[in-house]
Design a protein around this ligand. Structure first.
Ligand code: GDP
Ligand code: MN
Length: 390
């Protein structure tokens, strides 16, 4: 789960990380009020969306006049911000963060993440702050510092100092920098984050070490340990189809191809996509209806699939284990009758009550193509999809 920068800042400050002063504003008037309350004569106004690259997309500006704060906030709030990370449809801006302007001397990149290879946390840092880390990795990999450590031991001050020295931070900010890194680590591990990214972390003229931008992503599987985070969820930042799928208990990820897949079990869903790819087809989505799939859930899945204009054929691949084939078959028949099925449907089912399931599909009188093997199902799907494309 992602949260907004203004929310992540609050969490960091609870863990003792100093943050620049800032106030959230939901209207241009509030933004002006916020600037006045913050004082000073420079403010950074930042669109709050669940995507990076806001600077490039025109969602962040450093301003010196209240009129400019007003005009810029007016333009942003209620609009959709397109950044290199959002796609052409952009993300809705519900509010802006007005932040005290800080006098930057140097910028760095710092993040904590999980290294899947070693299954341990990794501290990634770079002296090329403010730049996309992916680009730094390609163009100037020598500027990236990687430090791995044991999750049980955590980040030690010693390791933090090594990183700070390798970044070449000025000596006089060492104590502040240690405090920031240790605080970031504490927040990362305590909140079960999968990513905590500060880009840029800055050293200011008055010798402060401050995160100017915070990206915090939580491990969905650990959310039950943090019920207080639920209120931070912003459904408006999510793809409406993905949100609907999630609310129906479906694991759904759109993939852009033309063969929609409805499968029970994540492993089988992966195998189905692989098989489609193997024969030269393109899956439209990953869709796992899960173990205890009900008729309602199957119907919801069909509804989502038929609404996608790029979908030219639907492939249902079911393994009947605890979930019996006849139950799924009934769900499929019910769903087909309830949604306007406008594309061919191929069903392959194996396992418990397979025969009863197939009979239900046959007796339904619906134009369902039954396949015996996954290979056959994938090949038929590709053939029909190609025909529909013409
Ligand atoms: P992102 O583009 O979504 O990563 O948004 P950021 O929060 O990182 O803002 C983009 C850039 O704006 C940063 O890399 C900074 O260089 C700059 N920026 C943000 N806040 C301030 C500020 O208070 N003062 C100055 N001078 N620059 C700022
Ligand atoms: Mn940034």
């Amino acid at each position: 789960m992602k949260i907004h920068e203004y929310q992540a800042r609050e969490i960091l400050s609870r863990f003792g990380v100093p943050i620049p002063k800032g106030i959230v504003a939901k209207s241009a008037e509030e933004a002006v009020q916020a600037s006045q309350n913050l004082g000073g004569d420079v403010w950074a106004v930042k669109a709050q969306v669940h995507a990076g690259g806001r600077g490039k997309g025109g969602g962040v500006k450093v301003l010196r006049r209240l009129d400019d704060v007003k005009a810029f906030s007016e333009k942003l709030i209620g609009s959709r911000l397109v950044t290199p990370q959002t796609g052409p449809e952009g993300a809705p801006v519900g509010c802006v963060l007005v932040q005290e302007g800080v006098n930057i001397v140097s910028e760095y990149y710092v993040s904590f993440l999980v290294d899947r290879v070693t299954q341990q946390p990794l501290l990634l840092a770079s002296s090329a702050g403010g730049m996309e880390i992916e680009r730094v990795a390609v163009e100037t990999p020598e500027k990236i510092v990687q430090v791995q450590f044991d999750i049980e031991i955590g980040l030690t001050e010693e390791k933090a100092i090594t990183v700070i020295n390798r970044l070449g931070m000025p000596d006089e900010v060492l104590p502040q920098a240690i405090e920031v890194l240790m605080g970031l680590w504490k927040a990362y591990v305590s909140m079960d984050c999968t990513l905590l990214e500060i880009n840029p972390l800055v050293v200011t003229a008055d010798k402060r070490v401050l995160p100017l931008d915070v990206k915090m992503v939580f491990d969905d599987n650990a959310l039950y340990r943090h019920p207080e985070l639920e209120v931070l969820h912003d459904p408006l930042q999510e793809d409406p189809t993905e949100l609907r799928a999630h609310n129906s208990g479906l694991q759904y990820i759109p993939l852009g191809g033309n063969i929609a897949c409805l499968v029970n079990g994540a492993g089988l869903a992966m195998a189905t996509m692989d098989t489609i790819k193997l024969f030269g087809g393109e899956p439209a989505n990953f869709l796992d209806i899960g173990g205890g799939a009900s008729t309602e859930r199957v119907t919801a899945a069909f509804q989502i699939m038929v609404e996608q204009p790029e979908v030219k054929v639907i492939l249902v691949n079911i393994f009947g284990g605890i979930m019996k084939c006849d139950v799924i078959a009934e769900g499929v028949v019910h769903a087909c009758r309830n949604v306007k099925l406008n594309v061919p449907l191929i069903v392959r089912m194996k396992g418990t009550h397979e025969d009863i399931g197939k009979k239900i599909l046959d007796d339904s009188g619906l134009p369902i193509v039954v396949a015996e093997t996954l290979d056959e199902a994938a090949q038929k799907a590709i053939e029909l999809a190609n025909k529909e494309e013409k």
